[in-house]
Design a binder for this molecule. Sequence first.
Ligand code: FDA
Length: 318
Amino acid sequence: MLRQGLILLSDSDLARRIATSAPGAKTVARRFVAGETVEDGITAAGALNRAGFKVTLDYLGESVERREEAQAAADTYLDLIDRIQSEGLDANVSLKLTQMGQDIDDAFLRANVGRVLERARAADMFVRFDMESSRHTQRTIDFFRTAWDEGRTNCGLVLQSYMRRSEEDVRMANRLGARVRLCKGAYREPPEVAYQDKPDVDANFVLLMKLLLAEGNYPGIATHDDAMIRATRAFAEERSIPADAFEFQMLYGVRRDRQNVLRDAGYRVRIYVPFGEAWYPYLMRRMAERPANMYFIVKAVLAESPFSFLVRDGREPG
Ligand code: FDA
């Protein structure tokens, strides 16, 4: 219930305006978002690289309706790619097609993302297309297929285990040799298209993980769930799949203890580092995944109020 409510709020313009102007809002966001500028993203990526993690940088933004905004987002990605290259970072980029104009028009979207893919290819860099809600799934896959068939093979997809169709999509990506990030899925979806219960989502995750590890091209297993991580490690061991044939991926600020454990055990771990001013919907999806994160919000708001003495214990959610 709370999860559904938080996901609904992530889409609300009014809630966004109230939440982003609330005292303490930026402090809360900083737990999960590296900052607002390219420089902030680059700084966080450098620190993570030095700590032994790979990075994917995401310039926050989605559901963009104005061409100038979508164009500016693509320009920011060009800048980001240049900065990653000049700093010699072990990082690639993740982007959302609705930030690049997917809801505006197809030709415009192609031109905009085409610029990013070209710049990335010149820098020998990979570009991940994040997966959004099911309204965009087919169009995102079609867009990816067109780019791939045109020879732009430095891009890859995200597939979500809550989607009933994902097995087909994983098999298609494996046939192409395309890189897939597997995650559970973060949006509110109807039962016709998506599994609703955690055991079903998890069982499908394990099935898809096995298909990707056995037949795919360098998959990213994106989860903080111990059971999913254990299943992945066990399957890799059973099939003698080397630790450099796949990577684990986790979100910035989420389960840092697990990130360290996997790195120390010799696995590749990539951290998804979001930055930018449009952090509200991203943050609300993180709250929906773990409502205990709400404690963090309450604490940050109280800390800037006359009641700050109530929240001096320094605890933070995992
Ligand atoms: P699950 O939600 O079952 O959580 C397992 C445990 O992990 C929880 O009990 C809790 O301890 C911990 N945990 C999970 N989320 C947490 C949080 N926010 N804060 C604190 N603890 C948390 N989704 C999507 O639809 N499209 C996409 O493109 C992406 N991209 C993406 C990239 C990467 C690198 C990751 C890790 C995730 C995504 N996601 C995503 C989000 C994904 O779909 C999913 O919503 C979250 O990862 C939560 O699912 P888990 O697999 O972590 O398991």
